[in-house]
Structure formats: structure tokens, C-alpha cells
Design a protein around this ligand. Structure first.
Ligand code: GDP
Length: 296
């Protein structure tokens, strides 16, 4: 992820820093190249536009042009604005509520939602010393319910027993009740995924949310799908309301656009990223580290 963008930006900034004195035209020309590199990395147009506007308004002033190292000042401004675009502070899963704390996992089928549910449960159990209960609400795909049960066993957390014929809302209610009675700290509800966004999916997820009042609503989205991931996030944010995003397949060979646009488009932080198929391949998302990586 980000390799190609990083290479392009370092090319642009090498030229800029080697120049010494800079005119406003030099800065503007460099920013046009930055804009092109971001668009090629599949960053949303609206995000690129506001990013380059903000950098330009800070970088073409007299202060930069007159400074001893103007190129480096421009790079510093780009770095700061990248961090701002990614969300400034890193955000973690918030469990600050009366247990059992419900976490709702939402997203499209194939995004890595169920795997991520298992990964988060593992992390909360091992690092957070939390007692976690998992429940699959995917009433249409028995295989998805089985998959969650298998994952639960692998990571050593309990899964709500499957009862045939119940609706998603009924399962969610049963999960909350079981979590209360069983003294669990966290109950993770893995909602059904669909191949495409549809109203039936949204209505079901919205209903489950209304009934369970989750403390976190985490969208799982595949970073490799670029703008589609961002559009999915926007749709879930508008229809259901999210508290955060988990981007999966950050280990893949993507252009990075989804990671770079997500925060600015949805207003919601990327809380975690998936970096592989293994159950411990889950990392926190640190905007300044990502900006450092992109800028080399
Ligand atoms: P769901 O349909 O959204 O529940 O998707 P799954 O959890 O079943 O995941 C689909 C596939 O993606 C599985 O083969 C997972 O192992 C894989 N997967 C999930 N997260 C990641 C990730 O961060 N990196 C990689 N490389 N594969 C992932």
C-alpha cells in the first residue's frame, strides 16, 4: 500500500528541495503534481481538492518563499495536512460503558467482516483482558454463522449458540441477554453482509442498531476496493451511523486511496487496519506514522 504514491511524492519533493530558492510558480507547479499523484492513488476528488487548497494557502505565502529551506517547509506543510486529512489523533475502540458493551460489526460480504470480528475479539481478550461473546446475525448464510463459531474457538472466546429460525433482531436480543447473564464485558454482533449495498441490508442493520444501542458501530471495508470502499462507508454512515472504520487488506497491493479519503469523506476515524489473514494481523491506525511512510 502507498508505495507508488510515496515514490511519486518523493520524486516531486526531491526536485523541490534541491532547487534552493522557490517562486510561487514553483510551489504551484509542485502542487499540481501532488494533486495528480493523489488522484492516481485513487483518493476521492473532493478530498484532493480541499487538501491541495489547504496546502497551497499555507505554502505560497512569503514566509515559505523567503525561508532558507523553502522546499523542506513545503514538505512539512504537506506532512501536516496529510495527518490532518487522516484524522490527526489515532482512535481506539471505546469500551467505556456499562458491560456488556455491544459492538456492532457492519459491512459488505467479503470485506473481511467476520475475520475482523474474530481478530478484535482476540485482541480484547488477550490485551484487554475482556470476556467477549460473539454472535452472528447472518440468518441467510448458515456458513457465516459456522465460520464465526470456528473463529471463536480459534481465538478462545464464546459464541452464542445458533438457534434456527430466529431473525437478526431476535438473535441480537438473545446475545445481549446472554452476555448480561454470563457476565461478559463485550458482546460483538456480526451483522449479515451482502455482495452489494441494498436497502434490505441497511434496514436490517439499522433495526439491529436501534434495538441494541451499540457503543461502537464499526464498518469493515476492503482497502483494495478504493473508491467503492469509501462509497460504502458513506452509505453506512448516512443510513446507519458509524463510530469508526476498520480497513482490511492493508497488506495488499492497493493504491491507498481508500485509507487516505475515508476520514475526510465520512468524518469517522479509521480505528484499526487488517494486515493479513492471520488472526493477529490487526493493527492500530496512526495518522502520523502513515504520513511519514507516505513521505518517506
Ligand atoms: P466477510 O464476508 O466480510 O465476513 O469476509 P471474511 O471475514 O470471510 O473474509 C474474506 C477473506 O478475506 C478471508 O479469506 C479472510 O482471510 C480474508 N481477509 C480478511 N481480512 C484480511 C486482511 O486484512 N488481509 C488479507 N490479506 N486478507 C484478509
Amino acid at each position: 500500500m502507498f508505495e507508488s504514491l510515496s515514490e511519486k511524492l518523493s520524486g516531486i519533493f526531491d526536485t523541490l528541495t534541491r532547487r534552493g530558492a522557490l517562486t510561487e510558480d514553483d510551489v504551484n507547479a509542485a502542487l499540481r503534481e501532488v494533486r495528480r499523484a493523489l488522484l492516481e492513488a485513487d483518493v476521492a476528488l473532493e478530498v484532493v481538492r480541499s487538501f491541495t487548497d489547504r496546502v497551497r494557502s499555507r505554502a505560497v505565502g512569503a514566509e515559505v518563499v523567503r525561508s532558507v529551506t523553502p522546499g523542506q517547509m513545503v514538505v512539512k506543510i504537506v506532512h501536516d495536512e496529510l495527518v490532518a486529512m487522516l484524522g490527526a489523533d489515532s482512535a481506539t475502540i471505546d469500551l467505556d460503558a456499562v458491560p456488556p458493551v455491544p459492538i456492532l460489526m457492519v459491512g459488505l460480504q467479503g470485506s473481511g467482516k467476520t475475520t475482523t470480528t474474530g481478530k478484535i475479539a482476540k485482541r480484547l481478550t488477550e490485551r484487554g483482558k475482556r470476556k467477549v461473546l460473539l454472535a452472528s446475525l447472518d440468518t441467510r448464510r448458515p456458513a457465516a454463522m459456522e465460520q464465526l463459531a470456528v473463529l471463536g474457538k480459534q481465538v478462545g472466546v464464546d459464541t452464542l449458540p445458533i438457534v434456527a429460525g430466529q431473525s437478526a433482531v431476535q438473535i441480537a436480543r438473545r446475545a445481549l441477554e446472554a452476555a448480561k447473564l454470563g457476565g461478559y464485558d463485550v458482546v460483538m454482533l456480526d451483522t449479515a453482509g451482502r455482495v452489494t449495498l441494498d436497502e434490505a441490508l441497511m434496514a436490517e442493520v439499522a433495526e439491529v442498531k436501534a434495538v441494541t444501542q451499540p457503543h461502537e458501530v464499526l464498518l469493515v471495508a476492503d482497502a483494495l476496493t478504493g473508491q467503492d470502499a469509501v462509497n460504502t462507508a458513506r452509505a453506512f454512515e448516512d443510513r446507519v451511523g458509524l463510530t469508526g472504520i476498520v480497513l482490511t487488506r492493508m497488506d495488499g497491493d492497493g493504491r491507498g486511496g481508500a485509507a487516505l479519503s475515508m476520514r475526510a469523506v465520512t468524518g469517522k476515524p479509521i480505528k484499526l487496519v487488517g494486515t493479513g489473514e492471520k488472526l493477529d494481523a490487526l493493527e492500530e491506525f496512526h495518522p502520523s506514522r502513515v504520513a511519514n511512510r507516505i513521505l518517506g
